[in-house]
Design a protein around this ligand. Structure first.
Ligand code: PMP
Length: 415
């Protein structure tokens, strides 16, 4: 499978949007799905659909095998030691909340510290605010350099003997910056802290080895990596998961129940109460097969080429401000153009068939740090091409023409 002709596997591109070919540049919010994933979900519902774990009949054991096989594929994909380190959740948000509610609330005491950065997505921020409110722990932030990068000296200065948890994104969904998580984990462990990495934006774009990183928890969402919505992953070191209590109780997660008490299954199943997202897990497994077949190294190289081209093209437009560092970043560009409101920009782009995101991107504290209320974000994935970047650029020039008095200064580039 070649990255160059990958678009043909994505049926969504067989359409025009507002009279134009679909130029989908919103993969950081949710990626498109290849036919292999759509077919795997369809096949499950057409042939194997049944509840898992409980039945002895043929369909139930097929469904159980497929569900558990997806766990094995996920473990291999991130180089976990065992599939027992993979908890299926609804997404990154649910995975982080599980660690916050079960693990962090149990270990944090008054005066302990939870360390984050100002670039965290609300999903990796609010759960820790809740832990702090419930336990008396305090929140500390590693300051950002002016380009949005992290300096290791600041990390060392922020960590202390009281740091219990460090929660940090691998790649920022706004700045695109790749954070030095391996070094941060090393420093945090020297202080005895536990580290959770929010991998929502990294997993789709780079090979991740949780053993090499030595992270304690790693979280991600299926829908950003060519898989379906409603399925996500909490990777946790086995010895940590085993100490954690479930936060949802009911069927599937129990060992023994009597009228007044109950005991739980071992992890990861103790965290998967109720009928799980069976089709979602199977779809995630198919997405992992797809990414493996393309090759994460090819996806990385393709993303890097597109990003380089997009940064070059965008920065050649007058009045464009790009946020975040120009090096050491991946897969997305967040920007504003002169005084054009990001929502106006996104609306004009949409009328040209170009789908981007505008707003605060679930990062209100980071917006304040950038001193803007909102931005436009174009995010790329394996199915995008340089032609998509050209369409973005032309649509931006069109918006400039419409909204800015001197927008015509680049009109010769508008198709
Ligand atoms: N963290 C980051 C960095 C993200 O980009 C996102 C999704 N925008 C999330 C967490 C939350 O992911 P989900 O909505 O799939 O739970």
């Amino acid at each position: 499978m070649h990255v160059a002709d990958i678009k043909k596997y994505f049926p969504i591109f067989n359409q025009q949007v507002n009279g134009h070919p679909l130029t989908y540049l919103d993969s950081a919010a949710s990626s498109q799905k290849p036919i292999q994933v759509i077919e795997a979900i369809k096949r499950y519902y057409e042939r194997d659909n049944a509840n898992v774990h409980r039945g002895v009949h043929t369909l139930s054991s097929r469904a159980t095998d497929a569900y558990e096989q997806a766990r094995v594929k996920t473990a291999r994909f991130i180089h976990a030691r065992s599939e027992k380190e993979i908890v299926f959740t609804r997404g990154t948000t649910t995975a982080i909340n599980l660690v916050a509610s079960s693990f962090a609330k149990a270990i944090c005491r008054e005066g302990d510290e939870i360390v984050m950065t100002p670039m965290e997505h609300h999903s990796n921020l609010i759960p820790w605010q809740q832990v702090a409110a419930a336990t008396g722990a305090t929140l500390s932030y590693i300051p950002l350099q002016s380009d949005g990068t992290i300096d290791m000296q600041d990390v060392k200065n922020t960590l202390s003997e009281r740091t219990k948890i460090v929660a940090i994104s691998h790649i920022s969904n706004v700045l695109g910056v790749v954070n030095p998580v391996k070094e941060i984990i090393h420093q945090a462990h020297r202080k005895g802290a536990i580290v959770l990495v929010d991998g929502a934006q990294s997993i789709p774009h780079m090979a991740v080895d949780v053993q090499d990183l030595d992270c304690d928890f790693y979280t991600f969402s299926g829908h950003k990596m060519c898989g379906p919505t409603g399925i996500g992953v909490l990777y946790g070191k086995r010895e940590l998961l085993q100490t954690m209590q479930p936060i949802e109780f009911g069927g599937e997660m129990i060992d023994h129940v009597d009228l007044y008490s109950a005991t739980w299954r071992e992890s990861p199943w103790r965290f998967e109460g109720g009928t799980p997202m069976i089709a979602g897990a199977i779809g995630l497994g198919a997405a992992i097969d797809f990414l493996n077949e393309v090759g994460m190294e090819h996806i990385e190289a393709h993303d890097a080429d597109l990003l380089h081209y997009a940064v070059q093209q965008l920065s050649s437009i007058k009045d464009v401000v790009i946020y975040g560092p120009l090096a050491n970043r991946k897969s997305l560009i967040t920007f504003n153009v002169g005084s054009i409101h990001p929502h106006d920009m996104a609306t004009i782009l949409d009328s040209s068939g170009v789908a981007v995101r505008a707003g605060h991107h679930c990062c209100q504290p980071l917006m304040r740090w950038l001193d803007v209320s909102a931005t436009v974000r174009a995010s790329f994935y394996v199915y995008n091409t340089r032609e998509d970047v050209d369409r973005l650029i032309n649509a931006i020039l069109l918006a400039k023409k419409l909204f800015m008095e001197d927008g015509g200064d680049s009109k010769d580039r508008v198709l």
